[in-house]
Design a protein around this ligand. Sequence first.
Ligand SMILES: O=C(O)C1=C[C@@H](OP(=O)(O)O)[C@@H](O)[C@H](O)C1
Ligand SMILES: C=C(OP(=O)(O)O)C(=O)O
Length: 440
Amino acid sequence: MSSTQASREDWIAAPGSPLRGELQVPGDKSISHRAIMLAALAEGSSRIDGFLEGEDTRATARVFAQMGVRIETPDPQRRIVHGVGLHGLQAPAGVLDCGNSGTGMRLLAGLLAGQRFDSVLVGDASLSQRPMRRVTGPLARMGAVVETAAGDRPPLRINGNKKLQAVDYELEIASAQVKSALLLAGIYADGETCVREPRPTRDYTERMLAAFGWPVDFAPGVARVTGGGRLVATDVQVPADFSSAAFFLVAASVVPGSELCLRRVGMNPRRTGLLQALRAMGADIREDNRSEQGGEPVADLHVRHAPLHGIEVPEALVPDMIDEFPALFVAAACASGRTVVRGAAELRVKESDRIATMAAGLRTLGIRVDEQPDGAVIEGGRLRGGEVDAHGDHRIAMSFAVAAQVADGDVRVNDVANVATSFPGFETLADSIGFGLRAG
Ligand SMILES: O=C(O)C1=C[C@@H](OP(=O)(O)O)[C@@H](O)[C@H](O)C1
Ligand SMILES: C=C(OP(=O)(O)O)C(=O)O
């Protein structure tokens, strides 16, 4: 267990009154990780605004500080990263702790495979159970040597000083983390690396490489980079994280009388699958003030309570809402009729087994859930109070805080400390618009 293993904390969430107000959620986690990584490898100093002050992204910043990158924090949510250039990282003195973050560890595996020194990546108890062959396998094809612990789990021991060869690789699973690991190794490899995906996934690594001046050829489902260039410092403006906004989109949809406005939410189409799913269920969500922030589309989202009905979630939407299924399960529990989720086996290897943890918690709250290997069938119904376990998974914890808003008794949510990995200040923000959350 690593030093960043979160302490155990619980919430008691009381059934709420209507949720009303205006809020801006914190910066995007995926973009914040990548901004630190590319700024660290760039020539010159980059400013990152809207940086997510979450445990996951702070862990990534600490990893680069351990490799000699000077990172200043002039204000909260702002970093000045003094890049060291593509070959300027220094061998770290100890192991590199990615905390709870799959994104941090898998992207770093690719990036560190291209360095001249050895390194070891460790994580907390949850990350230490997550599969790593998905990155070590394709990286080996490039000539990287990355050893795992038994069962292909972390820690990852990365042997440096290997000459990397470009690959043309077809991913078996749709994973932006694996794609990104290969692209980050690809910038150190000889030749052109091409990554093809079974379904398109978030394209932030591609977009950000381009913003830092690295030529990238990409379209939905395919990305190509050629080794041997340089990254040039640039300023990054991080939009608000759609995945954090998701909890409030669902909460306002299901709590009668609610009306919320979420300001300047990141609307990259590879992230907004939940919006389509909720609208298909009958949700009343309106977008306005569409603009661009740091090269990403953003919009204000206005959401009002509306009666929801169950749907079959189209499998093509799964990668575009992969982190939103815990919230979608709550929407499904509050909808009339049944909701069917398929093609989402990846949910079983996130911070927890998200199919099993959501099914167990919703059953405790009186909802019928038929668990499937790659999804679930959820029958909407009345939620009652009860005690549920988030299993240290931030998205599960926040989803049950949402479920509590419509339950007919208090809901106790156990093991919620990891909410700070992706959404620091969730309790305060949620309470400001009417959630009744207190430490349990
Ligand atoms: O690349 C990223 O930033 C992420 C990719 C997704 O993981 P997978 O690549 O495993 O699907 C997602 O679940 C994670 O929260 C962030
Ligand atoms: C799966 C997630 O993150 P990661 O893989 O980076 O731990 C998440 O944030 O829901």
